[in-house]
Design a protein around this ligand. Structure first.
Ligand code: SAH
Length: 375
């Protein structure tokens, strides 16, 4: 158990909790109480798990156990309702987790969120929300347009730290799935498929213990081809998004160095073999970089590349940032690109940037603390 170093309960699955309870000589039903305290009530300390007898709580504390809910260290609020949380773990490392009321206008990508809002029962200023979750401290993939890349990778997050971001934000926002409609996108800092085991364990905890349906989750990969194959074999899994970002190997190799290891032939091959579920679609994200990958010719190449795939494309105009040597394309270029894809029979959506003013949008997560002006 990776968590045993810190003795954090958050991150342990049902089997591990049962083992702990049994080892402590407690009756088996205590396991459910412990799981509820950690994952459903999202309590911050053992003392708060009042369903457990004091003696058992004491025993756990003496063995060095704590709940393990990460701390929200800072909070940045955008004019558009997005909130970026700086989340701190037991060893002092931090990542960012983003709260987006009404989703990000793109993770469904089929316009359904628009309907949802009009039909939804409105009891507050949001009807559904999406939490964007990090999987690593920093990132090793080195995409040239992404600010997280500038951090390098510090370490993998544990399963408890990945699921814990969600628990900490749910607690902070005072919401409870499934009554509150919460979507998850694993699109924060890091490459989930380079931390595959911990990421998948976190998914199972979030589905089985926190109560968020897998159909409400999407994971995005920069294109770690062997893991795309493994992911397809999982019994419980989120939907899959692939960061395409270029129409051919020449451009993709320049903006995403990992393309030299897993080129488009292999990436699209893995996508074609991916076992989709009933009515499920693959998502391809495409960051538009002015005069690099945003020409009409490029859109036609993308259409050719994706021909026959059950897929949609989410277009993201570059979110700018310091030391990023690319520009955001003009809006009409984005619209023209979208139109070519649609006319070729590929559903394509333009993602609305969320929280750009607080460095919370795609590719902007680099733990910015001081916000002096709009990026
Ligand atoms: N590492 C995974 C998960 C992160 S998802 C992946 O790459 O898929 C983050 C998404 O934001 C990716 O699709 C990425 O291509 C996109 N992105 C990165 N930098 C960006 C930027 N500056 N502007 C807009 N989108 C960006």
């Amino acid at each position: 158990m990776a968590n045993e170093v810190h003795n954090l309960l958050l991150g342990l699955d049902r089997g591990e909790i049962i083992e702990l309870v049994t080892r402590s000589g407690e009756p088996a039903y205590r396991a459910q109480q412990l799981l509820d305290g950690i994952y459903r009530q999202r309590l911050q300390s053992l003392a708060e798990i009042s369903t457990l007898p004091v003696t058992f709580r004491k025993k756990l504390a003496e063995a060095g156990f704590s709940c393990g809910l990460p701390q929200i260290q800072k909070k940045f609020s955008s004019a558009d309702g997005t909130i970026r949380f700086l989340v701190e773990f037991a060893d002092g490392q931090t990542v960012e987790t983003v709260w987006m009321p009404e989703g990000d206008g793109g993770e469904e990508g089929d316009g359904s969120e628009v309907e949802d809002i009009s039909q939804g029962r409105r009891t507050r200023d949001w009807d559904r929300a999406t939490i964007c979750v990090s999987s690593q401290v920093g990132c090793a993939v080195d995409c040239q347009f992404c600010l997280t890349a500038q951090l390098g990778v510090k370490r993998n997050l544990t399963a408890g730290e990945i699921a814990g971001q969600v628990c900490a934000v749910l607690r902070e926002q005072g919401v409870t799935p499934p009554e509150d409609r919460i979507n998850l996108v694993f699109m924060g800092m890091g490459e989930p498929f380079l931390n595959y085991g911990n990421f998948m364990k976190a998914v199972r905890l979030l589905v089985e213990e926190v109560g968020i349906a897998e159909s409400r989750m999407t994971v995005s990969t920069a294109g770690i081809v062997p893991r795309i194959h493994d992911f397809g074999l999982e019994a419980i899994r989120p939907k899959l998004a692939i960061s395409l970002n270029a129409p051919n190997d020449e451009v993709r190799g320049r903006v995403m160095p990992l393309n030299r290891k897993w080129n488009l032939d292999r990436l699209i091959g893995a996508a074609r073999e991916f076992p989709l579920r009933h009515r499920e679609k693959l998502t391809f994200e495409y960051v538009l970089l002015r005069d690099v990958n945003d020409a009409a010719e490029h859109a036609r190449e993308v259409a050719e590349l994706l021909r026959g795939l059950r897929a949609k494309v989410n277009l993201i105009a570059l979110n700018p940032g310091p030391r990023i040597d690319f520009q955001t394309p003009a809006q009409d270029r984005v619209a023209a690109f979208q139109e070519i894809l649609i006319k070729s029979g590929i559903p394509a959506f333009v993602r609305r940037p969320r929280g750009r003013d607080i460095y919370a949008a795609c590719g902007q997560l680099k733990r910015t603390i001081e916000i002096t002006k709009e990026p």
